[in-house]
Design a protein around this ligand. Sequence first.
Ligand code: ADP
Ligand code: ZN
Length: 725
Amino acid sequence: MSATVLPILLPVPLDRPLDYRAEAPIPVGSFVRVALGSRETVGVVWDGPPSGGLAPTRLKPVLGKLEAPALPEPLRRFLEAAARETLTPLGSMLRLVSSVSTALEPEPLPLGYRAAGGARPRSALERRVLAALAEAGTLPAAQLARLAGTSRPALARLAEAGLLEPVVLAPPAEPRPDPDRPGPRLTAEQSAAARTLIARVEQGSGVVLLEGVPGSGKTEVYFEAIAATLRRGKRVLVLLPEIALTAQWLERFVQRFGVEPQLWHSGLTASQRRRGWRRIAEGRAPVVVGARSALFLPLAELGLLVVDEEHDPSFKQDEGVVYHARELALLRARLEGCPVVLVSATPSLEVATAAGAVPGGPPARPGWSHLVLADRWGGAAMPTIELVDLRRERPPRGAFLSPPVRAALTATLEAGEQALLFLNRRGFAPLTLCRACGHRLRCPSCTAWLTAHRLRRRLLCHHCGWSAPEPEHCPACGAVGTLVASGPGVERIAEEARAILPGARIAVVTSDTVDSARAAGEMVRAVLAGELDLLVGTQMLAKGHHFPRLTLVAVVDADLGLGGGDPRAAERSFQLLQQVAGRAGRADRPGRVLVQTHDPNHPVMAALARGDRTAFLRAELAEREAAGLPPFGRLAALVVSGADAEEVRGLARALARAAPSVEGVRVLGPAPAPLALLRGRWRERLLVQTAPSIDLPSFLRGWLAGRRLPARVALEVDVDPVSFL
Ligand code: ADP
Ligand code: ZN
């Protein structure tokens, strides 16, 4: 018998499959067990010829094929393309798909029992068991145990003794989302948008930016596209920022389609992940809604991809495999032959530009289109936005809320309505310093100040997680009782609000206090039920919740986030402030938004106050074009890091010198990264800026191919970086 040689891709950082020997051919895409060094791992039979370096007899054998559906062809092509775009080894991409290794074995089918022929009961228990079976004939083991008042092991013993006969039951039928349940009656504007989306679903291609203020019905509109996809027997993947995966969204889905979609996020238990992955791989989950990692699920027959809150920075994965889920969603859709709907109230400049959505900006790219829902459903008014000039409206000494904000808070709560104070800073204070010597407390292993967290009574580094109790004396001069918290964090603002509003029910909402989808759901419920008067929180609160009784939003420090070395800082501030403003006022209650700033003439502030997003986008676009920044060019960040600062600097310089000189490519740096020290490692950063005509990933590959760094030094490559730390 002649052996077959198969290329097998393994979930390890290798660029290509390895050859293994099999006794018989195994279909491409199959999951197989193989030996890798001294351990066993699961790989996938890959396409193409084996590399053929070794004689078949010298290859290791495939140990077995797993009972899991093969990885679909479009997904295999997607992994290859994504590996190329992100400069990630192909094997590391596979790892994102098959991370739930236990799901690769099928679940045992449910076990049932029926009475064995001629069975005679000899005890009370046996009589109860047979009586329970008399009517039904066959029952699932769990149900039989319950009815007969016994346990499953006891039933197993009865089966061994010949009284019962075990039966393998068919898996329980799974309810499917029903596209034909009636949805709400769409307005003329909404139905026109839905028709366009449905046309894309039918045509199997296209990218649509669906833009509309919060509450304009974007979700209802894309639900229609989901229904159309299901009617065609195809599947749907919806990506949402982790924190927007709330009970509220799920309820809406259940209302429309009658059953819950398959969920995928970091909060699932191991067994939920295993069952979910298996359902998806076996094609039993027609709609999957998940956070960015859901992009790598083995869904076949994809008919529609939705990226809701498209502008959200959390779609960028910054650690491990560095990728932008929105960009990869576009790539996957192209390879699957399905359309993409990008949804946002404040589209990113990249997407708005590509969709031709910036008046006076470039026309739409081929295949892209732009839909706008201009009205809030039910005609609720947009909130008015007022700037509060902190240079004139000074908060009391040691406080951060200005007189107009204090007055508005009191009036809102007196009227029985809810308010929100927004500050994008966790903890109590961003800095602790010594009043005696001026020393500032710094993280021992990062270039970062320690944040005081009063709720936990600790100092915390927000970059590496290092923490320690608040010291009693200054580590520099030794003075006791001289350390003071400087600047505001949400905990401190909540303290200030408590003093202004005695008796108010106040909640602090940050990733420290609301740390799971369930906690977020509970928070939303409490707000909707009117159990809270005031929320004090970070950008967590900016996400698409609907709080009808919330009529006042105050932004504590709108200047935060502007400036700094991030080319998207102004855009992100504008988005964030606009999103927060969108929380205010629903249905019949107009909202009011107060924005505290030291710089009311800054273009972001001025455009915000006028509600003039177009003016802001135009100005921003002109600046980006002049600087050759995205979307008019691309960026990549290369960070060299290691424990020895000198060595890191030297290697970063050598890397820069080795950059091929190509027209349309600029290599900037190296320079110390803004976070020059992180987790005890020194970091030097190079920035690569390319003109639109340049294929950035292949330039980087050409440059980095064959460059070796010592193992103690790391090189991280971030194509299209979102964070510039
Ligand atoms: P968005 O996604 O733009 O924030 P949603 O789709 O969530 O907007 O709609 C906001 C609220 O208005 C939801 O409660 C939704 O059910 C309701 N709604 C939107 N359009 C309609 C409609 N045509 N008929 C009834 N309710 C609607
Ligand atoms: Zn740190």
